[in-house]
Design a binder for this molecule. Structure first.
Ligand code: RIB
Ligand code: CA
Length: 343
């Protein structure tokens, strides 16, 4: 049975002239590319970046965040370390995919930026409470920080415009047969988010496995004129952001090639594109629930595709993407940073 898809109406995600966002993730090669897209987009106002334990332990994902903020010249963006472990489950990482550091491959600049004194969840709450308008959260790792925020600071919920997240998969998992990694690491946190009533945009495996970057796309990226990473940091020895992104993708290819992929599904940037370019996505609004107790299905996102529950949908689930347009957006973000002339 095919899932009927509909063009994603943009009402729910029509961006304002400038849309404030908080980036929360577990960098992570694809988190890094997602953050590059967000920081490059003229109509996204990145108000904060926070880390969560996921691809690698929190110390690593946080060091990676500091290096990425240096590389992308995000000196003015408040940065904070988030939760070091899931709400209930023991931590689990993905060194087979991202390496022990969580971002293996090209050497990145030593950080020239510092963490806020507060925790990631406290920073999220502060940004939301002081924002002049509701803020989108773009989550590309386990939802531990977001769930903790909602439980610890219930007053901020009305200041959250929505949550655009990479996670789950209606048809299958990638870390178990039923569960995608981000959802599997912290199903209890995902359960809090799915029950929150906040507008949810889900970039799950149904769409991100189609967000495939091929070898020829990497070669196209390599053609982008590269200058050293931002003057605030830059790649060591003037490694250009162009080269760094190409090497991230090459590293990411390694794991997926062994699984027989013809390219690399670059998952996380789809959660950014869901806000900036919803027109290249198609999907369906549906009720999504998260399994937290199944012996074989813990972490599964169960989508009510045929509206059997009769309940009102809680999630917009993306199911397809215009792949070429997606690649263009990644190339444009690399071009943006390659035009930064170190001061
Ligand atoms: O399953 C893919 C997700 O898990 C991505 O967010 C990747 O970065 C890892 O966190
Ligand atoms: Ca991630």
């Amino acid at each position: 049975m095919s899932i009927t898809t509909q063009a994603v109406t943009t009402q729910a995600v029509t961006m304002q002239a400038v849309t404030p966002v908080i980036l929360d993730g577990d960098p992570g090669h694809d988190d890094a590319i997602a953050w590059m897209l967000a920081l490059a987009h003229p109509r996204l106002d990145v108000r904060a970046i926070t880390t969560v334990a996921g691809n690698a332990p929190i110390e690593q994902t946080t060091l990676n965040m500091l290096r990425l903020a240096t590389l992308f010249g995000a000196e003015d963006v408040p940065l904070a370390q988030g939760c070091s472990r899931p709400l209930v489950a023991p931590p689990q990482a993905a060194p087979s995919v991202h390496g022990a550091s969580g971002l293996d491959g090209p050497t990145l600049p030593e950080p020239t930026v510092a963490l806020q004194e507060c925790s990631g969840v406290e920073l999220m709450a502060r940004i939301l409470r002081t924002s002049d308008r509701p803020v989108w959260i773009i989550a590309t790792g386990p939802l531990t920080n977001v769930a903790t925020l909602l439980m610890a600071y219930p007053d901020v919920k009305e200041q959250i415009a929505g949550i655009s997240f990479m996670g789950g998969g209606i048809r299958s998992g990638n870390w178990t047969p039923a569960a995608e990694f981000n959802m599997l690491v912290d199903p209890e946190a995902a359960s809090v988010v799915f029950a929150s009533g906040i507008p949810l945009l889900m970039a799950g495996l149904d769409v991100t496995e189609k967000a495939m970057i091929m070898e020829e796309d990497v070669e196209r990226i390599r053609q982008v004129g590269g200058v050293a990473g931002h003057s605030a940091g830059g790649g060591p020895g003037g490694t250009s952001i162009t080269e760094i992104v190409a090497e991230w993708l090459e590293f990411f290819f390694g794991f997926h090639r062994e699984l027989g992929y013809e390219g690399a599904p670059v998952h996380d940037p789809v959660a950014v594109v869901a806000l900036t370019h919803p027109e290249i996505l198609t999907g369906q609004d549906m009720v999504v629930s998260i399994e937290t107790s199944g012996a074989y299905t813990r972490g599964a996102t169960v989508g009510d595709v045929y509206h059997t529950t009769g309940k009102a949908p809680n999630t917009r689930v993306f199911l397809d993407i215009e792949r070429e347009a997606y690649v263009d957006l990644i190339v444009e973000a690399v071009e943006h940073f390659s035009e930064v002339t170190p001061s």
